[in-house]
Design a protein around this ligand. Sequence first.
Ligand SMILES: NC(=O)C1=CN([C@@H]2O[C@H](COP(=O)(O)OP(=O)(O)OC[C@H]3O[C@@H](n4cnc5c(N)ncnc54)[C@H](OP(=O)(O)O)[C@@H]3O)[C@@H](O)[C@H]2O)C=CC1
Ligand SMILES: Nc1c(N[C@@H]2O[C@H](COP(=O)(O)O)[C@@H](O)[C@H]2O)[nH]c(=O)[nH]c1=O
Length: 595
Amino acid sequence: MALSLRISSSPLICRATLANGDNGRNHHAKDAAFIRRTVDLAEMSAGLTSPHPNFGCVIATSSGKVAGEGYLYAQGTKPAEALAVEAAGEFCRGSTAYLNMEPGDCHGDHAAVSALVQAGIERVVVGIRHPLQHLRGSAIRELKSQGIEVNVLGEDFESKVLEDARKSCLLVNAPLIHRACSRVPFSVLKYAMTLDGKIAASSGHAAWISSKLSRTRVFELRGRSDAVIVGGNTVRQDDPRLTARHGQGHTPTRIVMTQSLDLPEKAHLWDVSEVPTIIVTQRGARKSFQKFLASKGVEVVEFDMLNPREVMEYFHLRGYLSILWECGGTLAASAISSSVIHKVVAFVAPKIIGGRNAPSPVGELGMVEMTQALNLMDVCYEQVGPDMLVTGFLQPIPDLIPVIPSEDATVEIDPSVNPFESSIIFFYKTWDLYGSFSNFSPHPIRMPCGEENDDYMTWPSVEHYYQANKFVGVENPMAHDCVEKIRTARSPEEAALIGRSTLRQKPELVRSDWEDVKIEVMYMALKCKFSTYPHLKSMLLSTAGSVLVESSPHDLFWGGGREGEGLNYLGRLLMQLRSEYLDDSSVSAENTSSA
Ligand SMILES: NC(=O)C1=CN([C@@H]2O[C@H](COP(=O)(O)OP(=O)(O)OC[C@H]3O[C@@H](n4cnc5c(N)ncnc54)[C@H](OP(=O)(O)O)[C@@H]3O)[C@@H](O)[C@H]2O)C=CC1
Ligand SMILES: Nc1c(N[C@@H]2O[C@H](COP(=O)(O)O)[C@@H](O)[C@H]2O)[nH]c(=O)[nH]c1=O
């Protein structure tokens, strides 16, 4: 998958005509077809960066021709709607914009809505409302208030063809929808088995059951996941790498679940130069081995109760949206029993290995009669080379309509609901309610680079600026290159990846005073951000009286930690800034009254 894939920006009407004429008979079919196209577009960004919602937009003229298309590349980059508007150019006026999902203008810039309004779009068709409650309905209201006709599939009109299109919108953002409705990430159990149902020979040897083509599909699946998880026994037997070797794009974190921590000293997973590995284990397990892993840069997280549900709830808190389980049958059975698996992806190879003790994909579930078997839903079959790929859902994608009331409905249920009133305010991921407080929020700042020429430059986010500063002022051309690479990274996640991995791999490029200055660097960047954007400053001031906590469960310096054990420096800096702003405003009020 090419990292730079973007939809054409030519303002020519060029692509498929999906329906001829706009009469009532084929109206629904046309809407459904265009919505399905937005889903295909949204699909294109899955796996490029992660985690982020998948958005696609198609602009179609009244004669049913596609005038422009776009999809969101990464969180904080130009919205799909703005890209489609650019591509459609003058053809936007009077056209219909199709969106797989309501835009989430969560940073107050309304970029997606503004693009559609300013382009003169007449009608907007939305596949599903935004799944996150604090964003749900606001873009739709905003579009309507600007005189644009807005239709939401399944709300304004219903038909089988529209229902199928709406379902595809749910599927393309299944991980985000799960985030909105449950406390665990969207989990996919994937395995390769022989025709006689074995995932390895009785010796434990398993390389390979499925074909090369199937395994390439697995790399793609990994690229679309925030993490891949295996059990301790798979590490001992296979020494896996669990990387997404499908070219450029996102690579998932590797997670190993082990009770005993009885793992080999040499393993591919302990090489974290490219991708991090996290071990989740029982509290107190093999402390000396924990130290050894820490020396390799492997993170170890201890649990009082190590089970799939606790582990998934933990990674949900940590912001993971989707997990690929590539474990053996022992852990797979435990995960299914804990109801954390949502989807199954099985590659069936036309091979027979036999063996009474050869393992199978799912271990003991305690079922004794066929009537107890779990039936998959929405099953699909596809031939991949010589293998058969069978996919299906163990749990349906939650239908948001009854699960999450719209903002209006929430206020109707409890008129006192006011998200700005709370004594502790947690923030972390940019799409959460106070996500704009995060370093990763897409608010560009103008700051001097700190290099020899002190010119002001634009940094796409505080995170870009912070990461680049690790390498500023170092007399080494590679450090200069690194600063520029970070400054031009296409998302805060990419900037963080470059900054963190360079720090790990080439510590000689890091400025010698970094530990002494990093808090000041962050403070200056935050000050610039909140002074540049008045709506962010107002939001910060509106939290007066509340404690601000960056709820990162793993960053114990900037974040609050899992159980409040973190130093919460990001929260502290924001509170410091808030009190400075409050002091300033009381001084100016005094001056006004004494004048
Ligand atoms: N064909 C395929 O798709 C695949 C094949 N395999 C093959 O499967 C075999 C390994 O299967 P299997 O032993 O089932 O491996 P698993 O990956 O399921 O590992 C099991 C281990 O997971 C750890 N674990 C931690 N918490 C739990 C829990 N709550 N429940 C269950 N396990 C937990 C334990 O590790 P610990 O003992 O360290 O405490 C346990 O021994 C190998 O031969 C491998 O090659 C594996 C993956 C995929
Ligand atoms: N044997 C087997 C699979 N096994 C899975 O892949 C892991 C190895 O990944 P890597 O080291 O990155 O190549 C292994 O530990 C297990 O989880 N997968 C498949 O698609 N087909 C196969 O035949």
